[in-house]
Design a protein. Sequence first.
Lengths: 114, 113
Amino acid sequence: KNQVEQSPQSLIILEGKNCTLQCNYTVSPFSNLRWYKQDTGRGPVSLTIMTFSENTKSNGRYTATLDADTKQSSLHITASQLSDSASYICVVSPQRNAGNMLTFGGGTRLMVKP
Amino acid sequence: DAGVIQSPRHEVTEMGQEVTLRCKPISGHNSLFWYRQTMMRGLELLIYFNNNVPIDDSGMPEDRFSAKMPNASFSTLKIQPSEPRDSAVYFCASSLAGQTEAFFGQGTRLTVV
């Protein structure tokens, strides 16, 4: 069964600190992995996409990594800001043209405190 | 573009009543998804349309749930009769066929009392 597991479930950090969120998946075959950010009361928004051949990708203070061999991804947030408080959801697609086959992780709820 | 538009944003209804959720996808997108999000189960795909045709409704929990897409710019998700366990946030998302990025609306928070 295709699964996406995220850890930790929740995290509290102080403003300015760094943090790393983890995502492990068993989806096969693998096409791509996205990290979504979901602010409270809003829908998820894509932050970054990782394909099989990519190891790392940055989007501002967000850096995603992918190890396709161990089926692990991480999202590193540098110099956190209060606006980073949100849920971060890891989403894996098993094949290229399969918008309806996305497997969602349960998310990590991040709270950044001043 | 205004993005995916859902209405209402919040709905409170009594058990047994009919509930209709509405969605307007992004113009030009030909795939539309209905998701349900709860604390316990996270995001779950309910049904998926491609070019207004339902392709996969295996996620629809039971016959009380139905979805329609009469045209490319409008879809509804109906629950009849509603039950307290249907309380959740319902998201509509759209994308271009063949793309794996889904663009989500702001969701409808449904509370059934």
